[in-house]
Design a protein around this ligand. Structure first.
Ligand code: ADP
Length: 388
């Protein structure tokens, strides 16, 4: 009997022990699952945060989010670059990070106004910038202030382009007005009685004719440039032998070269062929050779040479031995209407658009232009084109 109870107690003990073990295992399993869940959630959160950060950093606009106490809780790369602060400024105030009282004042205004839109802000720089700021107050539960969000849009480039467009329109008007007013005053002089004098009649009609030609040239150049600029001109690239193209241009400009006693030398090796639209190639060569004749040395030499380049390209060089271009103008000669010597250019019948056309026509082929010049040592204009 005693043995029976002892056996019963042992079985019960073993059963209890097993249950305890099982409970422990289940608790451990539960803890493991919980830890895994937490880890998964942590990774997911990290992943979301990373995606949000990537998204915000890919924005062009600068973003700064403030909490209810005016401390920065979130920024993006654009904002950091615009104001030159680092992400460590998170936790600091707007004034500490941006050091701009106008921005801090804007954020302060959001305590009484729900939003401030299209506010324009000038940063002194360097470089100086114009920013458009949109600022909104963030509202939490029960409409309690929960901070603010400021978005900065950099308008500097847009304003620069607007300025360039206005300058271009002003330049065009000026360029058109000059020959027009000369034509008008010649016509008025004729109407006032000068037509009775055969010598005056001849001289004034020549003025009208010359300036009407200049207007036509200017309008043609403007239209061509506008077409090149907008990509509206259709290029028909074909294998174009460079030596022959240059020879053709020399033929067209032979009279002008003779007039200034400039010797034209074609140093392009036969067999060098570019893949280019023949009309545009002729235009590029013609503008550069014409400039070399106009601005080069009277009695000098103008040489056109070319060589193959690595990467399936050819480079053409138009070089004169004239006075050259001052260093401070080298970076600007390809700009529309930029002239080193305005009077000289006008006297030579220049429109101020020749090199801008060269640049756009070459770039439309995927090529590049550049100029080298040492004052007194002539000027060398280079352009590249794809080789055929
Ligand atoms: P333009 O109609 O005045 O010739 P371009 O655009 O062809 O206009 O040239 C711009 C300016 O660059 C010219 O006015 C001139 O001052 C300068 N330039 C161009 N080519 C030469 C050159 N070969 N030597 C010296 N100056 C040059």
């Amino acid at each position: 009997m005693t043995a029976f109870f002892a056996l019963l107690a042992a079985v019960a003990l073993i059963a209890w022990w097993r249950l305890r073990l099982q409970a422990r295992e289940e608790a451990a399993q539960h803890a493991r699952e919980l830890a895994e869940l937490r880890e998964r959630q942590r990774l997911e959160l990290e992943h979301h945060e990373h995606r949000l950060e990537t998204l915000l950093d890919s924005m062009i606009e600068g973003l700064v989010v403030l909490d209810a106490h005016g401390r920065i809780t979130l920024t993006n790369r654009a904002a950091e670059t615009l104001f030159g602060f680092s992400r460590q400024m998170v936790g600091g105030t707007l004034l500490e990070a941006i050091r701009h009282h106008e921005v801090a004042a804007l954020a302060a205004r959001l305590e009484t106004e729900p939003a401030i839109l299209d506010h324009e802000l000038r940063l002194e720089g360097p470089p100086p910038r114009i920013l458009q700021v949109n600022a909104v107050a963030l509202r939490g539960a029960a409409d309690v202030g929960a901070g603010a969000m400021l978005v900065f849009h950099d308008l500097t480039r847009v304003r620069e382009l607007e300025g360039a467009r206005q300058e271009f329109v002003a330049n065009v008007s000026h360029e058109l007005r000059t020959p027009l007013s000369l034509i008008k005053s010649a016509a008025e002089t004729l109407l006032d009685g000068a037509k009775a004098d055969p010598a005056a009649l001849d001289r004034l009609l020549q003025i009208i004719d010359r300036h009407a030609d200049r207007l036509t040239l200017l309008i043609d150049d403007l239209l061509l440039l506008a077409k090149l600029d907008s990509g509206r001109i259709e290029l028909r690239p074909e294998p174009s032998p460079l030596r022959a193209a240059t020879q053709e241009v020399f033929g067209d400009l032979a009279k002008r070269a003779q007039g200034r006693e400039v010797r034209l030398e074609n140093a392009i090796p036969a067999g060098l062929v570019a893949q280019a639209d023949p009309d545009r190639l002729r235009q590029v060569l013609s503008n550069l050779v014409d400039n070399g004749i106009k601005y080069g040395r009277s009695g000098g030499v103008l040489t056109v040479s070319a060589r193959p380049l690595d990467g399936g390209k050819v480079e053409v060089c138009v070089r004169d031995d004239g006075p050259g271009i001052p260093a401070e103008s080298l970076g600007r000669v390809f700009e529309r209407f930029y002239r080193v010597d305005k009077a000289r250019s006008r006297e030579q019948g220049g429109t101020g658009l020749g090199l801008a056309i060269v640049k756009h026509a070459v770039q439309a082929h995927g090529g590049e232009v550049r100029v080298e010049s040492e004052p007194g040592q002539g000027a060398a204009f280079f352009f590249t084109l794809p080789a055929a």
